[in-house]
Ligand binder design. Sequence first.
Ligand SMILES: Cc1ncc(COP(=O)(O)O)c(C=O)c1O
Length: 352
Amino acid sequence: MEANKRLIRKNVSEMAGYVPGEQPVDPGILKLNTNENPYPPSPRVGEAFERCNVADLRRYPDPQCRELRETIARVHGVEPAMVFVGNGSDEVLALIIRAFVENDGSVGFFDPSYSLYPVLAQAAGVAQRPVALGDDFEWSMPDGYEASVFFLTCPNAPTGMAYAPETVADFCRTFNGLVVVDEAYADFAEGNALSLARELGNVLVCRTLSKSYSLAGLRVGYAIGSPVLIDALGRIKDSYNIGCLAQKLAVAALNDQAYMLRHTGFIRETRERVARELYMMGFVVTPSQANFLWVRHERVAAKELFSRLRERKVLARYFPGERTDRHLRITIGTDADMDRFLFEMRNALNQQ
Ligand SMILES: Cc1ncc(COP(=O)(O)O)c(C=O)c1O
């Protein structure tokens, strides 16, 4: 049967779709391409899993995610009415466009930043208003800039750079649309924008359990902000967007803050060591506050290095495109992972 393209919405038939990082099947590959956490989740997650009763799956999950929202609220010192939970923060970002951008509105974000934002704008059929970062990927916001929603990734991906807290605060206070501070990597950083989400009616902070809590496979993310904004998201979500297993395991992970802080601490230490070693090898290393490094070699092109590493069973992330194709993004693994990475990187650089 011939597919009838005429049935597809124009914006959907014209868009390419998001390209996620490769999930290789070969277990021998050192996977440093999607900013996953190399450490297992807290043992409390395993214990909660053991306590789950398969027979309970016959029932729908709590549509309000009450226990999970109360737990998140306690962790961040806010009211549960200020918490919205999504199936990964990707779902939260998509719902934000649906709830807050009119058909003739626009979605803003820095270029480069998280490459999902333009895809979500295309899927919703709304305009994009990207803002080019400076030559060294530093903050650069033109005067009088406007958009319905601005996705502010901090620390940024794929660069790892965090913007000065005063700059972020000034922007949030003066911008007349909604600012979504995407803090997927904030647990690896020095600061965060939670106080702005508590204080200002036009700021949502998005977080995820995928990175700092080692739960990318569980799919839990959340937004924090004024109850009015949170209520709007609640109206348009699927009734049961978070399964009961995900709710229980997320509660267990969030209740072990000590574990999360210890392991994000390990990753930060490893990140600084790897940054120093790469610098000694002739890399320009962008200062990172995330669980990855954004690097460019003075002599060897990023695309070439990516392939040489791939042949050596090390998977980094290479983003084609004018602003990104000179760099590689390297997720920080364990110390042993990164010793292997540095060894293979030295070989890759010396390859003729
Ligand atoms: C900036 C940023 N936001 C959000 C996400 C998505 O996170 P989640 O796994 O919660 O959907 C990612 C994932 O890589 C990311 O880099």
